[in-house]
Write a protein that binds this ligand. Structure first.
Ligand code: NAP
Length: 324
């Protein structure tokens, strides 16, 4: 594929190319929400192209079933299962630790897991579950894996968002956890907007580090995603939805194509850069969400502690030099 500047606006256009089947040989890819739907289809395709795939799943039985499918797709590719519940920061930290203890390389991180919830639920950390799983978990996981991504540069981070961000999606700054009023759509569209704001801020912060960060809408995809909706809605949705394999195409494209190896901070639909809503282009909001996410996930206090440690180290070094 080739990306060329478009004449009409600042977006870019992508032309098709054929990928060689084992183009991902030697690449290590971690995918969240790989037990079903788009995540599973993405994992299968990347394994088929030769990648060593790590499936991050919360449920052992579903995870093992997915692992068997991915290994079959990849011709016994020896994919791995990493059991993590993204609704728990402790589980994410334990999973990242386990990954880092056994891998020194991560070429592609695909933050794909996500869910809508009809009724408000709260995670063990006390946060509204849709915001926590769809955004905060990936914010934390990405931070914990950044050192290995940096060491593996050139590397790629892909955040699966949704067109939902542009369908009334807004940040409820005064009630981020939707305690005052909870409805399925505002909760979901806020979390998908957060995916894009996270992408643009992270891309900005990682400029020059050899890591690209992009986001996407996979299309309307026939997955377990509509579970819990009215049966008539599910039936209508299926009539217009594409398959999980088709829905995985843009994630696979962003993970593999040479044409996007230096492209960062963009939102893709059908493998092409696409305009986001005005709210998703608000850089002040992206910075604000970053700061809040740092606080909510505990990353901020760790950075402060690290700085303090560094300063204390420098002070004791100075004292030693003085005494010498
Ligand atoms: N389907 C669509 O039309 C559509 C449209 C736009 C965007 N998307 C986005 O596409 C992504 C994938 O969704 P999908 O359509 O493939 O739906 P899906 O089939 O329901 O897959 C969602 C995945 O997320 C996982 N997940 C949910 N909560 C988790 C948790 N606490 N810890 C770990 N994993 C968790 C699920 O695991 P379990 O198997 O354990 O439940 C599952 O593997 C989501 O981010 C969604 O927002 C989908």
């Amino acid at each position: 594929m080739r990306i060329q500047p478009s004449n009409s606006n600042s977006e870019t256009m992508v032309s098709q190319e054929t990928n060689s089947p084992k183009e991902m040989s030697g690449k290590v890819v971690l995918i969240t929400g790989a037990s079903s739907g788009i995540g599973l289809a993405t994992a299968c395709e990347l394994a088929r192209r030769g990648a060593h795939v790590i499936l991050l799943c919360r449920d052992k039985t579903r995870g093992e079933a997915a692992l068997a499918k991915v290994n079959e797709a990849g011709g016994n590719a020896e994919a791995e299962l990493l059991l993590v519940d993204l609704a728990s920061f402790a589980s994410i930290r334990a999973g990242a630790k386990q990954f880092l203890a056994t891998h020194s390389k991560l070429d592609v991180l695909i933050n794909n897991a996500g869910l809508p919830l009809k009724d408000r639920r709260v995670t063990v950390d006390g946060y509204e579950e849709v915001f926590a799983v769809n955004h905060l978990s990936h914010f934390l996981l990405t931070h914990l894996l950044l050192p290995v991504l940096k060491a593996s540069a050139p590397a790629r981070i892909i955040n699966v968002s949704s067109l939902a961000h542009a369908m009334g999606g807004k940040m409820h700054w005064d009630d981020l956890m939707l305690e005052k009023s909870y409805k399925r759509w505002p909760a979901y569209s806020q979390s998908k907007l957060a995916n894009i704001l996270f992408t643009i801020e992270l891309a900005k912060r990682l400029k020059g580090e050899g890591i690209t960060v992009n986001t996407l809408h996979p299309g309307l995809v026939d997955t377990r995603f509509t579970r819990g909706h009215h049966p008539i809605f599910q039936k209508l949705f299926r009539m217009v939805a594409i398959s999980a394999e088709q829905g995985a195409q843009t994630s696979v494209y962003l993970a593999t194509s040479k044409d996007v190896e230096n492209v960062t901070g963009l939102y893709f639909v059908k493998m092409k850069p696409h305009k986001t809503s005005a709210r998703a282009r608000n850089e002040a909001d992206a910075a604000r969400l970053w700061k809040m996410s740092e606080k909510l996930t505990g990353i901020a206090s760790e950075s402060v502690a690290k700085e303090a440690q560094k300063e204390a180290g420098m002070e004791s070094e100075k004292a030693l030099l003085k005494a010498a």
